[in-house]
Structure formats: structure tokens, C-alpha cells
Design a protein around this ligand. Structure first.
Ligand code: SF4
Length: 313
């Protein structure tokens, strides 16, 4: 669906609803609104933030925003395309917008979110076209490398699909950034969740692995917006949420299982109870030691820390 809401004289650009923390300095360009898939049980974040429906912006609207952003952010060097899966605008249109951007703003890095299933659908030749148009990093929601966990959460991807598109991206010279969600297997499947995840990361060797912790927002606590869809399964008894200490144990198990890869590993979100970062090749042992050191604190200190760390999207 093409959204026709805004007129061409608009003086402020539309901003993507969500961006990765690592894109905090980037110029943000919105190609699509919301998430077309919108089915992952752990997510529901676009409806929660007031974007319940998916829509595609017109190429003229997006170019108009790029012109405005060029004036507003003359020193911007990196650009992020949103929302959740901007390739849904179509590869040809995406490339035309990327080329227009590059001819307007001298950007050093162009990144976007993408769904694995969308990349699989467009195929390896289209991925090369994306690279030629100037896309040089893609943020993929891996979430888990365990097939059963992915299926339960209706992610719409398998570990095999992830491995295939990660390979295409790397072959095309596009950096791969994976997001992993601690707690996604709950208390009943956390070992499989993490083992599947480190196996897939070891197999694919992405450029970045970024860690998040599952946060069940909107539990009737008075927060505005819709609640996390996973509450339905929790109330029904089919999902048993992980405890705070369990997510730290997951982080330790993950780091322990990862090989010494040329991958930058970062807990770069405030939700993480222990925030380590470094290259797996050179810093993995040090990161493991940091997690172990946290786990040697007294129970009182650990619980105080879990309470003090805020939960946010
Ligand atoms: S996790 Fe990504 S693909 Fe799944 S519903 Fe949320 S935004 Fe959409």
C-alpha cells in the first residue's frame, strides 16, 4: 500500500519509528512505515509505538525528505533506511533512492534493517544490485539460531535461511549485523536457544553480533500502548519467561560457545544486565571473565543490579 498522507510542501522529514543504537548519529530516512510481517510473538513493537499498519512511501516523498535532510544535517556521514523492512519498497525503487541519496549527500555508510525472508525472496543477484547502489551494512534480526524457538515465535525464518542470506550479503561486500535476543527460549529451552545461536554465528561469521534481552512490555502496569503479544502465551502456560540471572547465564553460555571469529560482539543496549563488548578473535576470554566476575557478586548485589537496570525498547 502506498501512503499518500503528506503533501509535498512538508518542511520536516518523516523519521523511522525505530533505529539501531549504533545508528544514533545517522541521518534517518523512512522508506516504509511499520512492519509488513508484524507476527513475531516477542515483538509487536510497531503497533505499540502507534504504527499498527504497514505502508510504503512514494519515491517522490522520500526524495523530498532526502533534500530536507541534506539541509538539516549537512555534516551527516552515515544514513539508515527504515522502518522494519524497507526492501518491501521494491529492489529497483530502493536502489534508485540509494543512488539519489549518494548523489545528494556524500555518505560514508548506508545501512538498513531487512527481513531474512525478504532477502531470500529477492535473491543473490538483487543483493549485488543493492551493494552496487551503495548499501554497505544490513541489520538482521537473527533472534535465535534454534529452529524450534524461531518457529514458536513466528519469526518466519529458519537457521538455514539466515545462513544463506548472510552468505549472499558477505559475497556482495555488504556487512552483516545480527541481533540476538537473550531469553527467547524461556526457561524451558534456553540451552537449545543459545547452542543453536552460537552454532549459527560460528558458521556464518557475521561482522557484528548485537545482544538484546527480551523485555515483556505492557503487562498491565499502566504503560501506554498495546502489550507484548507474548503475554498471551505466558498466561496460557506455553511460554515460561527467563529470570534475570538466567539471561546472564545465557550470555556466558553464548560467549563460551562462540569461536574466535572476526566478529565484533556487543551488548549495546541498555536492557542488558551485563554489558560486554569486543572482538571475538581477541577479546572473548576477557568478556567471559567479565561475566564470570559479575556472577561472583553476592546474591544481594546481583539482585540489586537486576532491579536497577531499566527495561526499555
Ligand atoms: S521482530 Fe521485526 S519482523 Fe518481527 S514483527 Fe518485529 S519488526 Fe516485524
Amino acid at each position: 500500500m502506498i501512503h499518500k498522507g503528506r503533501n509535498k510542501g512538508e518542511k520536516t522529514p518523516e523519521i523511522p519509528t525505530i533505529r539501531p543504537p549504533s545508528e544514533w548519529r545517522s541521518i534517518l530516512v523512512r522508506l516504509t512505515r511499520g512492519c509488513k510481517w508484524n507476527r513475531c510473538r516477542f515483538c509487536g513493537i510497531y503497533p505499540h509505538l502507534g504504527v499498527p499498519n504497514f505502508s510504503i512511501r512514494s519515491i517522490d516523498e522520500v526524495k523530498h525528505d532526502i533534500d530536507l535532510l541534506h539541509i538539516l544535517r549537512p555534516r551527516g556521514e552515515t544514513v539508515f533506511f527504515g522502518d522494519a523492512d524497507p526492501l518491501e519498497i521494491g529492489v529497483e525503487t530502493f536502489c534508485r533512492i540509494a543512488e539519489y541519496l549518494r548523489s545528494t549527500i556524500p555518505v560514508k555508510r548506508l545501512t538498513c534493517y531487512a527481513r531474512v525472508s525478504t532477502l531470500l525472496r529477492i535473491g543473490p543477484e538483487a543483493v549485488k544490485d543493492l551493494s552496487r547502489s551503495g548499501l554497505n551494512r544490513v541489520h538482521l534480526g537473527l533472534e535465535s539460531g534454534d529452529e524450534q524457538v524461531l518457529q514458536f515465535h513466528r519469526k518466519g525464518q529458519t537457521p538455514g535461511m539466515v545462513a544463506k542470506v548472510a552468505d549472499w550479503l558477505k559475497q556482495a561486500g555488504i556487512e552483516v549485523s545480527f541481533y540476538v535476543l537473550l531469553g527467547l527460549g524461556g526457561q524451558d529451552r534456553w540451552r537449545e536457544h543459545i547452542a543453536g545461536t552460537f552454532n549459527l554465528i560460528n558458521q556464518t561469521e557475521p561482522d557484528f553480533v548485537r545482544i538484546r534481552r527480551l523485555w515483556l512490555y505492557g503487562d498491565g502496569s499502566g504503560l501506554p500502548g498495546t502489550e507484548c503479544p507474548l503475554w498471551k502465551e505466558i498466561r496460557g502456560g506455553s511460554f515460561n519467561p527467563q529470570c534475570p540471572e538466567g539471561t546472564v547465564q545465557e550470555l556466558h553460555f553464548l560467549l563460551d560457545g562462540l569461536a574466535e571469529l572476526k566478529t565484533f560482539f556487543a551488548c549495546d543496549h541498555e536492557n542488558n544486565y551485563v554489558r560486554v563488548a569486543g572482538m571475538l578473535k581477541s577479546d572473548r576470554q576477557e568478556m567471559l571473565a567479565e561475566v564470570e566476575s559479575f556472577l561472583t557478586l553476592s546474591l544481594l548485589e546481583r539482585n540489586a543490579h537486576y532491579t536497577a537496570v531499566g527495561s526499555r525498547i
